[in-house]
Design a protein. Structure first.
Length: 288
C-alpha cells in the first residue's frame, strides 16, 4: 500500500441542501453546431441518470448525475465544494429520506455544485431543500514517498482502493481513457483545482472517437495528458493529471464531460494503464 499521511488528514462536517434545478431567463441555448435547443441542465435530483451511465446522448446539457447539493451562502457553498471529496460518506439529515447514506461523486465548477450518489429508493424519497451532511475528508492527503505528486479531492479510503502500482519511482494508474491536452476546455486557466472541474471538449466528434473517448461514463477514471492541475489548470509538457468524470457531455462550444482532479504531477510520475472498467462506482460498490 502506498504510504500517506492519512492519520493527519482532518475530517470536518459540511452540509448542503438538495438544489432545485435553475435556469436562465432565456432557457434556449445554442449548440456548437449553431442550433437552438431548450434542454434540462444542472441541478436537482436526476432520477434516471447515475454513476456508470454514459455521459453522451442525453437530451440535456451539463447534466449532473443523481443528486446536486448547494448552499445559498456563497462562503458556505465554497466550503462544501472544497471540503467534500470524491468517495466521502454523505447522510441525509432531514426529510423523508433521513438517515439514508450515499457517496460524493464529484464537484462542478461555475454552478459550484457538489454531486452525491444515492440509491434509487433514496432518490425517490428526497426533495429539494432536504439537508445532506458530508464527512469532508481528503484535502491535505499526501503521498509520503512521492512529494512531487499532489493528491486532491479524494477520500483517503477511496484512494487506497485505486488500482495503482508502484514501479521505478512512478505510479501506474488504471484509467478508462487517455485525454490529450488539446481537448481540455472550459475551466482551463483556473487558479484552483481543489474545487470544481474542467471539461473535455467534444465538438469534434471524429477526433473524440479516434482517441477512444466516445464511451466515457459518469465515474470513469481518466488520465489528462500534459495537464498540470497542481495549483490551477493548465498545459505543461510531461505533466499529468488523473481525474474522475463528474458531469455529462455539453452542447455549447468549449465544453463537454467534466473532470475533477484527484492526482496530479508536474513531472512525468503518473503513468496511465488502460482498463475500461476503471470507475469509482466499482470501487465504491455502486456498480458491478
Amino acid at each position: 500500500m502506498i504510504k500517506t499521511n492519512i492519520d493527519r488528514v482532518v475530517m470536518q462536517s459540511v452540509m448542503g441542501k438538495v438544489h432545485n434545478p435553475t435556469v436562465r431567463k432565456t432557457v434556449q441555448r445554442f449548440t456548437a453546431e449553431d442550433k437552438a435547443v431548450a434542454f434540462p441542465t444542472v441541478g436537482g435530483i436526476c432520477y434516471n441518470v447515475t454513476i456508470g451511465d454514459s455521459v453522451y446522448g442525453w437530451a440535456g446539457d451539463h447534466i449532473e448525475p443523481d443528486v446536486s447539493l448547494h448552499n445559498s451562502d456563497s462562503q458556505e457553498n465554497d466550503a462544501l465544494n472544497f471540503l467534500s471529496c470524491i468517495g466521502n460518506e454523505a447522510t441525509v439529515i432531514s426529510g423523508d429520506a433521513k438517515g439514508k447514506k450515499g457517496y460524493v461523486t464529484g464537484m462542478h465548477g461555475g454552478i459550484q455544485h457538489t454531486m452525491v450518489w444515492f440509491d434509487e429508493e433514496t432518490k425517490q424519497q428526497l426533495c429539494p431543500d432536504d439537508k445532506v451532511l458530508v464527512k469532508g475528508w481528503g484535502q491535505g492527503l499526501a503521498l509520503t514517498d512521492f512529494p512531487d505528486i499532489r493528491v486532491l479531492n479524494i477520500d483517503p479510503l477511496l484512494f487506497n482502493k485505486l488500482p495503482i502500482e508502484q514501479k521505478e519511482g512512478k505510479l501506474i494508474v488504471e484509467v478508462t481513457a487517455i485525454v490529450p491536452a488539446h481537448f481540455m476546455g472550459s475551466g482551463i486557466g483556473s487558479g484552483d483545482a481543489a474545487t470544481g472541474d474542467y471539461d473535455i471538449m467534444t465538438a469534434d466528434r471524429e477526433s473524440i472517437k479516434k482517441c477512444g473517448l466516445s464511451e466515457l461514463r459518469f465515474g470513469d477514471i481518466v488520465f489528462l495528458q500534459d495537464c498540470d492541475t497542481t495549483i490551477g489548470r493548465g498545459y505543461l509538457l510531461g505533466s499529468g493529471t488523473v481525474g474522475v468524470v463528474v458531469h455529462s457531455d455539453c452542447l455549447i462550444v468549449g465544453h463537454g464531460p467534466g473532470v475533477t482532479s484527484i492526482l496530479t504531477s508536474r513531472k512525468n510520475l503518473l503513468v496511465p494503464k488502460i482498463n475500461k472498467n476503471a470507475n469509482i462506482g466499482r470501487l465504491l460498490g455502486i456498480i458491478k
